[in-house]
Design a protein around this ligand. Sequence first.
Ligand code: ASP
Length: 329
Amino acid sequence: MTKEKLPHIHILAMGGTIAGSAAHADETVGYRAGAIGIDELLKAVPQITDIAEVTGETVAAIDSKDLTEELMIKLAHRAEECLSDDSIDGLVITHGTDTLEESAFFLSLTIASPKPVVFTGAMRPATALSADGPLNLLNAVRTAASPDARGYGILVVLNDTIHSAADVTKCDTSRVDTFRSPNRGELGRITGSQLRFFAPPSSAPGRGTFSIPSEALPETAILYGHENESRFLVDALIEKNVSGIIYAGKGMGSISEAVLPALREAQEHGIIVVRASRTGAGAVIPTAIYPLPFIASGTLVPQKARLLLQLLSAKKMNPNEIQHVFNAY
Ligand code: ASP
């Protein structure tokens, strides 16, 4: 009997804890991220060869706290090249969890291929007792190899759970169930070898519609709201002539009276100001108190609102057009 041809899944490794190495098996915090190569990672999950024909390459070997725009763009280019290769059926991207949601969201905006692209990572280093990386990697490959995952855009798979790149966010500093989708919920689950999607793919209009930038994106900063605010950080950003400010406001993107005049002044200087929320869940919507040119972030957390605003500002869109795109999130 001839063996059925398995899907070809290619892995792009970016480093992170999934490739982390510590001196002792009980060490889950003090370790070096990105220390282990892709071959070592695959050795921990020999079962993977029953699911797919797997190849891999290293794009970066970093702790994802050090992720740069340049690297994110390099990753997007490499992903696009791989996806246009007819011999590759799907991609898995192993990534540090600290900024995984940013890279996944950036790729969701810049990659249009219907082939599955699945980000995964780990909260415990590869050398730890109960390391979560091997099963996460196996589940990520299982998802990328599944025809059911086609058309879902960029997915994030950790802890037996499938999330969309737009909604997922890291919610806990150390637990393995750190990735959650607080607004729309998880897209699906993996139970044993079975993959189940509960929800259809999102139809957000920004998805895959931006080309991968060929030059540096407009400088955009995030400010975090707190009690007893003063305007000096906004003044510094006006002075620096940034292109955009994401204001992670209190509650539904509320702005204190101490900072509001400064943000209005920033707008007079042509700086686009987006109201987001520091709460971590729920939507920020346009209100009569903060009319255009204030932009409301929808359900995007500040770090994702920043990426979307950068891509929209690079297209020289006006506040009305920018708000229209954010409304879809
Ligand atoms: N600091 C690590 C990283 O983001 C954390 C992790 O991967 O879980 O690379």
